[in-house]
Write a protein that binds this ligand. Structure first.
Ligand SMILES: Cc1ncc(COP(=O)(O)O)c(C=O)c1O
Length: 330
């Protein structure tokens, strides 16, 4: 199993700090996510219903007709590689590591590609997988470039897989409405912008035949009734979404400034996290963890990813901890 952020249990055991005392900045999950209401009792007792309105609501939200709800985009990441015969797959590096793991596990040949290598390697690939915006670097790809890459792959029956887990704050940059083009597959997540990572919901957007195969592989009831109900309400809540976007943008700018002020100028970021490459990543990670602040440590390349703190007191706590951590590391 790969390591991910959000592992408070392990951090708690390692540093001897009770779980409830941690400030978890190790994920890109919105700390002030969509407010989940109490659900009607039958939501728990009935089997999930395909005609509950979730798909229609998601179509409006994503601007795409062809989509499939899945138990987190992770579920699709694991199954997609099984839908192709052995092929050569280019995966952006660094990126969310589950992509590479899944394509290798399905016996494909995987080539790790820096952004600068994609253009010259594309014509040797069957599939290109990238995240837009990327995690952890925050690198954003423009729609025109991606559609050109898709067209080059599609003429040979290739796929472009775009993981848009962190796209919801910038819907104008999404390719969600373009997936009627064969060979373009977009993955979306309810875990980040909506802050509903525990509900395990995501969507695959792509050609109907591909979605039908995926659906068959995943089997019935892959998304629970309560998760479907919450997702439908969150995707329909335009008022919350429109308020959340500028709030997240402001918080992201504040986090970037705070990190820069402490010698950790981010090299990139999204509305939900900042990426600070530094050779001192490990010692800073540990100095912050000893104060109950969990960041996500990367070793290749070496850096720290910081999620948003949330309430004001948590910002103050991060600021004080950064000051102390810098002193400890120096
Ligand atoms: C870029 C990216 N894609 C996909 C996922 C999987 O998210 P989920 O399965 O919760 O939708 C993550 C989780 O961290 C991620 O960072």
């Amino acid at each position: 199993m790969l390591e991910h952020g959000g592992n408070i249990g392990a951090a708690s055991a390692h540093y001897g700090i009770p779980a409830e005392q941690w400030l978890d900045l190790s994920t890109g999950i919105n700390p002030l996510g969509w407010p989940v209401p109490v659900l009607p009792p039958e939501t728990w007792s009935r089997l999930p219903q395909d005609d509950d309105g979730l798909v229609e609501t998601a179509r409006r939200y994503y601007g795409s007709e062809d989509l499939l709800p899945v138990a987190g985009s992770q579920a699709a990441i694991q199954i997609l590689p099984r839908l192709r015969a052995r092929a050569r797959i280019g995966v952006l590096t660094p990126t969310y590591a589950e992509h590479t793991r899944a394509w290798i596990a399905a016996a494909h040949e995987v080539v790790s590609l820096a952004v600068s290598a994609i253009e010259n390697t594309l014509d040797m690939l069957d599939v290109l997988v990238l995240a837009n915006p990327n995690n952890p670097t925050g690198e954003a790809f423009d729609r025109g470039t991606l559609l050109t890459w898709h067209a080059r792959l599609a003429t040979r029956g290739g796929w472009l897989v775009v993981d848009e887990a962190f796209m919801d704050a910038t819907p104008e940059c999404s390719l969600a409405s373009e997936t009627q083009r064969g060979g373009l597959i977009v993955l979306r997540s309810l875990g980040k912008f909506f802050g509903l990572a525990g509900a395990r919901v995501g969507f695959v957007l792509g050609a109907p035949a591909l979605l039908a195969t995926l659906r068959e592989q995943l089997g019935p009831w892959t998304v629970s009734g309560p998760a479907r109900a919450i997702t439908r309400a969150a995707l329909a809540d335009l008022v919350w979404q429109e308020a959340a976007r500028p709030r997240l943008r402001q918080a992201a700018a504040r986090l970037a400034d705070l990190l820069a002020h402490h010698g950790l100028r981010p090299a990139g970021g999204t509305a939900l996290f900042q990426w600070a490459p530094t050779p001192q990543a490990r010692s800073l990670h540990e100095a912050l963890a000893r104060q109950g602040i969990l960041t996500r440590l990367f070793t290749d390349p070496t850096g720290l990813r910081f999620g948003l703190p949330g309430e004001e007191a948590k910002w103050q706590r991060l600021e004080a901890a950064l000051t102390a951590a810098r002193r400890a590391v120096a």
